[in-house]
Design a protein around this ligand. Structure first.
Ligand code: FES
Length: 91
């Protein structure tokens, strides 16, 4: 399969080719890949793609202790009410 078309992170539309490029640039843990590609920054916060990123790291670099580090979640800066969201969509 073409690594340019294989999407690893669906939320941020990050491909395998982009993840491999990040590893070639020196990323050795999932958070480094996240910073370089935005993989794991999407709506699911890495729930779907984190294990894929770890697997790709292990396949490319072998077992790295830092590769097991979990993605750091980024909660919203302040809570937003549902009514505010609904009003924003209609206006
Ligand atoms: S699939 Fe990567 S953040 Fe959701």
């Amino acid at each position: 399969m073409d690594s340019d078309k294989l999407v690893v992170c669906r939320c941020e539309d990050v491909t395998l080719a982009e993840v491999l490029a990040a590893i070639r640039e020196g990323a050795r843990d999932v958070n480094s890949i996240k910073r370089l590609t935005r993989a794991g920054m999407g709506l699911c916060q890495g729930c779907i793609c984190e294990s894929l990123l770890e697997g790709i790291l292990r396949a490319e670099c072998g077992a790295l202790p830092a590769a097991k580090a979990f993605l750091t979640a980024r909660p919203p800066l302040s809570p937003i009410g549902v009514i505010d969201i609904l009003n924003a969509k209609t206006s």
